[in-house]
Design a protein around this ligand. Structure first.
Ligand code: DP6
Length: 335
């Protein structure tokens, strides 16, 4: 990654969401955003977020999302993130952040992953911080844990690490997978991942079991990726997702993200598998379900899930990248 001269006034970056095959659920350090476990994911080639960062003479940061000025909690989150950037850069200037999001926001489709990966890269370019993948991944983590992995193209592992320096993602080798995103409900979810994670860590009696089983499964998942074993990847991903939902549901008070619509998709995936289609399912902190399969199975999976949800087919996508200011400005204002 390099910064050309026209990035000096406005820096723009684009990033895509990722879907975890081994989930991140639980932080052992909230301030540094250090997770209890490693996680593994695939960055998608759909639903990009494009973000520009421009210095302003105003005494505060501003956030414009899809053309509308945003205040309150989302702006506070961006401001806190930019405080980290300012501290690293030793430069206290404020910024106008404009972002265009094509992911249904807050629907458990990792909109914060793409958002903070793009913002981390754009802000790094604006403040002249290092632009290598590891540095940007480490910085993106401070905005949202899952953003750590969206900096990386295709398959990635996020090493939990033990401090700010050691917690970042890197690419891994593995087979080419396809994902069919089944959007059961695109409305904003009732409880953020951040809050639900906190409650799970504090109250779920299964949390220790979740951590130890996820640690074991990560090694197995990395092996399956190395061997190109799509079937084992799918089996592990589905098991890990169901275990994550089990540990979440066991919180006090309980939290349930999966809806009747989600269960219908999960059941259909099982039925397709029983009928000989190599397909498995995963779901993040929301009602939407993602079917995982070999790219050659996409036709049969789409056919099988039709009528249950809105379907979007995804393949491995690029990592975060800088985009020319002119191009992104047009996109950012929705021109
Ligand atoms: C279920 O990254 O959204 O998608 O770190 O608090 O911002 P914060 O949470 P977030 O959590 C994502 C959790 C998940 C699983 C995953 O992507 O690994």
């Amino acid at each position: 990654m390099s910064v050309a001269s026209d990035y000096s006034s406005v820096a723009c970056a684009r990033a895509f969401p990722n879907i975890a095959l081994i989930k991140y659920w639980g932080k052992c350090d909230e301030r540094l955003m250090l997770p209890f476990t490693d996680s593994v994911s695939m960055t998608l080639d759909i639903f990009p977020t494009t973000t520009s960062v421009e210095f302003t003479s105003a005494g505060d940061d501003r956030l414009v999302l899809d053309g509308a000025e945003i205040r309150g909690a989302p702006l506070d989150r961006v401001r806190r993130f930019l405080d980290i950037v300012r501290e690293r850069a030793g430069d206290i200037r404020h910024a106008l952040v404009r972002t265009r999001n094509t992911v249904p926001t807050g629907a458990g489709l990792a909109s914060s992953a793409a958002g903070f990966a793009a913002l981390a890269l754009a802000a790094s370019a604006a403040w002249r911080l290092p632009l290598d993948e590891t540095s940007v991944s480490r910085l993106a983590r401070r905005g949202s844990g899952s953003a750590t992995r969206s900096v990386i193209p295709g398959l990635a592992v996020w090493h939990a690490g033990h401090d700010d320096e050691s917690s970042s993602a890197e690419p891994i080798v593995g087979p080419r997978l396809a994902m069919v995103v089944a959007v059961v409900d695109a409305s904003r979810k009732k409880m953020s991942s951040r809050e639900a994670m906190r409650r799970t860590v504090a109250t779920s009696p299964y949390f220790d079991g979740w951590v130890s089983s996820t640690r074991r499964m990560t090694g197995e998942m990395l092996d399956a990726c190395r061997r190109g074993d799509v079937r084992r990847i799918g089996e592990l991903a589905e098991m890990n997702a169901l275990r994550m939902h089990a540990v979440i549901e066991a919180s006090d008070p309980p939290i349930r993200y999966l809806s009747a619509g989600s269960v219908a998709v999960l059941d259909r995936v099982t039925a397709l598998r029983d009928a000989g289609v190599d397909v498995w399912a995963t779901a993040d902190a929301g009602p939407n379900v993602v079917a995982i399969c070999d790219p050659s199975e996409v036709g049969r999976v789409v056919e099988g899930l039709k009528g249950l949800a809105r379907l979007h087919v995804a393949h491995p996508g690029p990592g975060a990248s800088l985009v020319p200011a002119a191009e992104s400005a047009a996109e950012v204002v929705g021109a």
